[in-house]
Structure formats: C-alpha cells, structure tokens
Design a binder for this molecule. Structure first.
Ligand code: PLP
Length: 235
C-alpha cells in the first residue's frame, strides 16, 4: 500500500506549508487519520508512517480495531454517538468529538464515574445549520457547554464541527471562522471545567482553510486512505 505513505507525505507537507503561511506553529495542528471503513492493514501502514491519532465514527468498528492495534494509538470518536453505546467507548476513546446533547453528556459522565476515568470531550456544533447534520446549533451551544460543564468525570476541551461538502473550500471559511469565534466567546465566560484549546474542523476537501482559521485537529480520511468502500466494509 504505497499510496498511503505518499498520501500522508502530501497531506503533512501541505499542513506544514499552510502553517507557515498562516504563521502558526505546525506542532499546534494535529492530523487525525480518519480510518472508518478501512481495513486494519491500512491503519498499520499509517501507523508505520508515524500516525498515532485515528478517527472512527462507529463504536463497534473502533473497538474492533483498538483490540488488535498498538496501545499507543489515540482513538478519536468522531461520529454520532448513541447513549446505549457510551459504555463501550468511555475509557477507550482518547477524545469524543461528537457530544451534542445534555443527555449524552450525562451518560458519558455516569460511565466515566463508574470506570473512575475522566472523559475528554468536544461539543459538536452545527455551525452551517444543515438540517441533515447532528450537532448543537450555534445559539444554544454556549448554554449547552454550561450545562454539560457541571457533570463530574467530564472535561470539555473545545468544539468540533462538520462543514458542508463543497466544491470550493473557501465557501467553508465562514463556518470555521464562526466556530473559532464561538470558542473565544465561550472562553470569555470562564466556565469551570471548560477549556477551548481544541478546535476540531477541516476534512480532506477543506483542511487548509480550516487551519488558516484556527483548527487544532484536522480529520482527514480520503486524502490519506483513498475513497471509502462502504459496500464491503461498513455496517
Ligand atoms: C468521514 C469523516 C471525516 C473524513 O472525511 P474525508 O472527506 O474523507 O476526509 C472527517 N470527519 C468526520 C466527522 C467524518 O465522519
């Protein structure tokens, strides 16, 4: 799988270049290899290239891969999370990017207490206000952060968004900018247990623009592993 190595080098070079342009420390941007639907061999290939952050959107798939891959991998849960699956993911995921309701956060809190761990989470905001997407709407997100922040066993580390699929990545700049501004506004409120150090935004089509607007995690799937084949692998 020679492609993965080359794709990774390409993406990593572009990240470095955009950081230089934007006068950002390249160390401040972490690349998450989004490995959903990809076979374990593909992840091993990326691992061999030094990748330690992998993103999955299904609990079952994350657990299966976690069980067989090296223990120093940081697993990012980036997909919609159902409350009945929380028990499997707390303690396994390094960061849950997709918390968008008080009820979900409450469940994560309960499970974290039960396991004696702290669950690090991001609040997912649907800044583009797309009807088909999960995530809190922009107006209610600040309230949501406040409500979630009181739960024990949880630390809110920042915000995540999934921007629309667009031909021209410039079209998403306003949404990334909006998420960054929202993080600044929330920071100013000085809520206990809440930091806004992480902004998880940008995918294959628009990670450069996202970095220019302040992304600290970019989530790149296709750009590393190639097109996903949902028919054979995903369930
Ligand atoms: C699949 C997925 C990605 C990666 O998308 P690509 O366009 O393949 O880079 C990023 N974030 C989330 C939440 C995803 O579900």
């Amino acid at each position: 799988m020679k492609m993965i190595k080359e794709n990774l080098e390409f993406v990593q070079t572009r990240i470095k270049e955009v950081c230089k342009r934007a006068e950002r420390d390249p160390e401040s941007v972490c690349l998450i290899a989004v490995s959903k639907t990809q076979p374990v061999e593909a992840l091993e290939e990326a691992y061999a290239q030094g990748i330690r952050d992998f993103g999955e959107n299904k609990v079952q798939e994350l657990m299966e891969k976690e069980a067989v891959l090296p223990k120093d991998i940081r697993w990012h849960m980036i997909g919609h999370l159902q409350r009945n699956k929380v028990k499997y993911i707390v303690g396994k995921a390094y960061l849950i990017h997709s918390v968008d309701s008080v009820r979900l956060a409450e469940e994560i809190s309960k499970e974290a207490l039960k396991k004696g761990v702290i669950a690090d989470i991001l609040v997912e905001v649907n800044v583009a206000e797309e009807e088909t997407k999960f995530g809190a709407n922009t107006e209610e997100s600040c309230n949501l952060v406040e409500q979630i922040s009181v739960f024990p066993g949880i630390r809110i580390k920042g915000l995540m968004t999934i921007a629309p699929y667009v031909e021209d990545s410039e079209d998403n700049r306003k949404f990334f900018c909006k998420l960054k501004q929202l993080a600044i506004d929330i920071m100013k409120k000085n809520i206990d247990n809440v930091t806004m150090d992480i902004l998880s935004m940008g995918m294959t089509g628009d990670y450069e623009v996202a970095i220019e607007e302040g992304a600290t995690y970019v989530r790149v799937g296709t750009g590393i592993f190639g097109e996903r084949n949902y028919s054979t692998k995903s369930k």
